[in-house]
Design a protein around this ligand. Structure first.
Ligand SMILES: *[C@@H]1O[C@H](CO)[C@@H](O)[C@H](O)[C@H]1NC(C)=O
Ligand SMILES: *[C@@H]1O[C@H](CO)[C@@H](O)[C@H](O)[C@H]1NC(C)=O
Ligand SMILES: *[C@@H]1O[C@H](CO)[C@@H](O)[C@H](O)[C@H]1NC(C)=O
Length: 449
């Protein structure tokens, strides 16, 4: 077949249009694939010198060639790997796409922060255009204004390359309350003088749970509930325990697992059924199947029994909500950490240190609802002003913020943090048991003495 004479005009145009800058750029769609390299070794060789029409490989319903004749100026019809395979040249850089000072080849993809960019066959770049969780412009803006804002931002490796929507879905995970848990009105405490600075970690050293990391699972509804429960059982019964947030995540019904849950459902479960401890039911950051059966206890769930010889699951009394700043402080001071809900604006993800207030940088995008644990409060002089703050435990790991904590402005309902604050008492039954266990221990040691 006289191949150069029978080419249809249309095909000829197609091939011409692919020949860019005198470079060999045919069959662009097949760049990087093997053709000549797949040929059986013939007497002429895998690649052939001069013109050998049989020295070809099928491609896209036609043939491409691996002979020297394919390499001509009009109608080049070499296989895509002719240059690299037959002539040992590096693969031809036919066309490149440029994204800033990064160059990529046709059909290659590259991630620029959180967005995937793709180079098309015609040198045009198309990128996703999502807002990223860690945006260097926002971080720089915040740090330039750190003195007036009161806090500093940081480019966290863990958040870099993630989309804002991923952060809002998988780093938060508490639904806005539909039915608010009934608030508790306290009597006769408003006259009590509370300290200017207070931190549960100092008052109850050894009884306050660690900073957790919810991972990429929108389970703050479970993690914050379990950690407030842990702190209050530990403080009020002196049974140091870390309640299993995974037990809530896997077992509470009518929740959406890693895409969010309602706090009232979580507290109701903790009140009625109770949960195992973290060692027995470790956190996995995915919903999984519920391991607890009806009427299970620590023994039937094959947990290691605590030194108190408790067998029942850990339960809390019914949840109640707190009215205002002083009520919240009073509650933390006497009974330990509480759970607060808040709106999370994109800049909170970048928080490194200081007293957080929502900035005007990057807050034009979406926000999400979240729950955290309030462990204390304080005041700090900020030039001529006093800045009041809450100390809050985040659930993103110790690498974030101030060792996993953040401070947020107090007294002006910053991001809604004072709007819906929940708590519950350690279960009365458990408290009685714990007292009995302690007095039993005392009697035992007295008897021994
Ligand atoms: C390049 O190709 C893309 C599809 O891959 C197409 O949308 C675009 O219009 C093309 N651009 C030019 C200049 O041909
Ligand atoms: C931000 O952090 C990522 C991941 O550690 C890094 O690749 C990127 O270069 C950083 N950006 C800036 C502007 O420092
Ligand atoms: C908070 O509410 C209590 C009643 O529950 C009230 O006595 C107290 O004055 C209030 N405090 C503030 C700061 O509004």
């Amino acid at each position: 077949m006289a191949r150069s004479l029978l080419i249809l005009p249309v095909f000829l145009v197609a091939l011409y249009s692919c020949n860019v800058n005198g470079q060999y750029a045919y069959f662009d769609d097949f760049a990087g694939q093997k053709f000549c390299a797949t040929r059986e070794r013939t007497p002429e060789g895998t690649c052939c010198s001069n013109r050998v029409d049989e020295c070809s490989v099928p491609i896209a319903g036609t043939l491409c060639y691996c002979d020297e004749f394919c390499d001509k100026h009009i109608n080049p019809d070499c296989c895509p790997d002719y240059e690299s395979f037959c002539k040992g040249a590096p693969p031809p850089i036919t066309k490149v796409c440029s994204i800033g000072d990064i160059h990529i080849r046709p059909f290659e993809e590259i991630k620029v922060n959180c967005n995937l960019c793709k180079c098309s066959g015609n040198s045009t770049v198309t990128c996703e255009e999502d807002v990223c969780l860690s945006d260097v412009n926002v971080i720089n803006d915040i740090n330039r204004n750190a003195a007036s804002l009161g806090w500093k931002a940081y480019n966290y490796t863990e958040f870099y390359g993630k989309k804002l929507k991923e952060g809002l879905t998988y780093r938060l995970g508490t639904f806005e309350p539909r039915v608010k848990v009934k608030s508790m009105s306290r009597l006769g405490h408003s006259t009590e003088q509370l300290p200017q600075n207070f931190n549960s970690l100092t008052k109850w050293t050894g009884f306050i749970s660690e900073i957790h990391d919810q991972g990429w699972c929108g389970s703050s509804w479970a993690v914050s509930t379990a950690s407030v429960g842990s702190d209050r059982i530990s403080i009020n019964t002196k049974e140091v325990v870390d309640l299993a947030s995974q037990h809530l995540l896997s077992c509470v019904r009518h929740q959406q697992g890693c895409t969010g849950g309602h706090l009232d459902n979580a507290w109701r479960y903790l009140n009625r059924l109770g949960v195992a401890d973290e060692d027995c039911y470790p956190y996995e950051a995915t919903v999984g199947r519920c391991r607890a059966k009806k009427n299970d206890n620590l023994r039937t769930m094959q947990c290691n029994l605590p030194s108190t010889q408790r067998e029942s699951l850990y339960k809390m009394g019914p949840a109640y909500s707190l009215n205002n700043e002083t009520d919240i402080m009073w509650e933390i001071f006497h009974y330990g950490p509480v759970q607060a809900t808040m709106w999370v604006y994109p800049d909170l993800f970048t928080y490194r240190s200081g007293i957080y207030r929502k900035s005007s940088f990057g807050d034009q995008h979406a926000k999400g609802f979240h729950s955290v644990r309030l462990v204390g409060w304080g005041e700090e002089s900020n030039g001529f002003q006093r800045a009041k703050y809450w100390i809050a435990a985040q659930s993103w790991g110790k690498w974030w913020g101030e060792n996993g904590f953040f401070r947020i402005a107090r007294g002006n309902n910053e991001c809604g943090i004072e709007e819906y604050v929940l708590s519950a008492m350690a279960d009365q039954h458990d408290r009685k048991n714990a007292r009995r266990a302690r007095s039993h221990q005392k009697t035992m040691s007295r008897n021994r003495a």
